[in-house]
Design a protein. Structure first.
Length: 583
């Protein structure tokens, strides 16, 4: 079955819930949820056919014998309402049970057997998909090579989710030129297999070759090539992913390859535009975000196979918000609209659930809904380091520190060269009260790239937590030298300045941020500075404004040790209550 649940599997996981089909019990995080028989039978019927419409007539036949006289319409509506109450769900904004007017209901979650749900410990063997080589040396082909690599990583991550971890695109990008020998890649990424591919496009024809190598013995396990019209390029890419996964399952791994859902044939022009959009998105610059949006929108207009492009639009707005390119009141509604449309086109696209998790976490303060979305995304593709990164942030913000550390470390294992993950591990360790470990984590980032500015912000935060403000001031200064006045680093340096007796400089930083020409400067950053200067009322007032604007950093109020100075302020405590952090 396409959802990964077979008829033999009787304990089914979805989000934070577990349904025992034999005992008729529903459990939430291990605790039993009271539920009557009919609502549970509706749940079982919906679980059996996720993302499909189960008609009201089908449910009637499930719940009542044919010769039973009953007010069916009222009885079914009442049972569905009780099911939603047990799940904490809503007809207006469903997480699990969606009403299809005049037809029936659809189960939106991704159910898995209890034993196959992904954990935060991962002992699977690992595969690296090296960047497809551009055999024709035509620069116009580079976006397509990058896009094919990304798509291969995503597809193999989904196909092999039970059997193998697939290294993220960011960590293989460094092998696009130079030494890509199995010895080097295996040593640096710690992988068991390498997929090495080549793309050639000449005179409207495309040739794609790929080989699968086992690192330990430098053994060629499989090789093949495909040739066809350039318009067939994306169908060839999909075929390669399926054949590589099949080869791994047949020759190397125990059974564990899940079939991908049936897809329509890719529409060439739409797919080309989508891949160029991903090329620009990967640049993480203001120009890159805005250019990527244009290509993704053109991809949506160019064809009906637009689920990935819609998810790309949503992801661009979310990342652009984090980089200060977009305002929250612009980015979040646009991201949410595109993400919901993407899930309508393909309910099983992992990026859609991940982005929904981000929005529920950072904008809606819907803590349980956010976790449900992150878990859905993880079930679809446990190898996605982006999902693990955002889930780790969520876990840290709600105070589940051990799980947060495990999640970010697993993300780093799957994406070992992603500098942002090392910086994030440091921040999560600071939130967990383990700043010394944080310094070791961020030290690894400095070794990989001494010029990465975000790492110095995390470094400075760890030093502040260790009551070393002079050293923190210096570390943040090194970040600003490399980071073109990133507001978060400016604020950290200002906090360090205030704590080390440089109050005048801290006040200058306040003025610089208030006068910034950036489209978006979080009010939370300004509040950090005022709190460090002892202006507690002004800090709380700015936090209130950040709460109203839905500044993403407002979700860090309970976990970040910098806010300890405000814990006795009644306005701050009131704000924490309204944020509704789970116990």
């Amino acid at each position: 079955m396409r959802d990964g649940v077979s008829g033999r599997e009787r304990v089914i996981r979805f989000g934070v819930f577990e349904a025992d089909l034999d005992s008729g019990e529903l459990r939430r995080r291990g605790s039993r949820v009271r539920m009557q028989d009919r609502p549970f039978r509706i749940l079982a019927a919906l679980i059996a056919r996720p993302n499909e419409v189960v008609t009201r007539q089908e449910l009637r036949e499930t719940l009542w014998p044919a010769d039973t006289f009953v007010d069916f319409e009222h009885g079914l509506d009442a049972a569905v309402n009780k099911l939603r109450q047990a799940l904490g769900d809503s007809a207006a904004s469903p997480r699990f049970v969606e009403t299809i007017p005049r037809r029936g209901y659809r189960f939106l979650a991704v159910p898995f057997s209890s034993g196959s749900a992904p954990s935060l410990t991962d002992e699977r063997r690992r595969l690296a998909v090296l960047p497809f080589s551009n055999a024709t040396a035509d620069p116009a082909n580079e976006p397509f090579c990058e896009g094919l690599t990304h798509e291969m990583v995503v597809r193999l991550g989904r196909l092999l989710r039970k059997s193998a971890g697939v290294i993220a695109t960011r960590s293989v990008a460094r092998y696009s030129g130079g030494d890509r020998s199995p010895e080097r890649v295996g040593r640096e990424l710690g992988v068991d297999w390498i997929l090495d591919g080549t793309l050639r496009r000449v005179n409207g024809r495309v040739w794609i070759g790929a080989q699968l190598i086992e690192v330990s013995g430098r053994t060629l396990l499989w090789a093949d090539s495909w040739e066809g019209e350039a318009s067939d390029e994306f169908a060839l890419q999909r075929q390669i992913a399926i054949e590589v996964a099949g080869s791994l399952a047949r020759d190397v791994l125990p059974p564990g390859v899940d079939p991908l859902p049936a897809e329509p044939p890719p529409e060439s022009r739409s797919r080309e535009l989508y891949l160029v959009g991903r090329h620009w998105l990967a640049r993480r610059t203001p120009e890159g975000f805005k250019t990527a949006l244009g290509y993704f929108r053109d991809a949506v207009a160019a064809g009906s196979d637009c689920g990935p492009a819609l998810a790309g639009i949503a992801e661009t707005y979310v990342l652009g918000l984090e980089y200060g390119v977009f305002q929250p009141d612009e980015a979040i509604p646009c991201a949410k609209e595109s993400m919901l449309r993407a899930l309508e086109v393909d309910p099983l696209v992992p990026a859609g659930h991940r982005i929904l998790g981000f929005i529920r976490h950072r904008h809606d303060f819907d803590w349980e809904g956010a976790e449900i979305s992150f878990l859905h995304a993880r079930q679809l593709n446990p190898s996605c380091s982006y999902t693990l990164h955002q889930y780790a942030e969520f876990l840290s913000h709600v105070g589940r520190n051990d799980e947060a550390v495990a999640a970010i470390r697993l993300a780093r294992r799957l994406d070992p060269h992603a500098l942002v993950l090392g910086a994030e591990e440091c921040s999560i360790l600071v939130n967990a009260g383990r700043p010394e470990e944080g310094l070791r984590a961020v030290g690894q980032v400095h070794e990989m790239d001494p010029g990465y500015p975000v790492a110095y912000n995390s470094h400075a935060r760890a030093l502040l937590a260790l009551a070393r403000p002079d050293d923190a001031y210096a570390a943040a200064g090194r970040g600003l030298e490399r980071g073109s006045l990133i507001p978060a680093i400016q604020a950290t340096r200002g906090v360090a300045a205030a704590r080390s007796g440089r109050a005048d400089e801290a006040r200058r930083v306040v003025g610089d941020l208030e006068a910034s020409e950036r489209p978006y400067v979080s009010r939370v950053h300004l509040a950090r500075l005022h709190a460090a200067l002892g202006r507690t009322d002004r800090a709380v007032s700015l936090l209130e404004e950040g709460y109203r604007r839905r500044d993403a950093e407002i979700t860090e109020l309970r976990c970040d040790p910098e806010w300890l100075v405000l814990h006795d302020h009644p306005g701050f405590q009131s704000l924490l209550e309204r944020l509704g952090f789970p116990n």
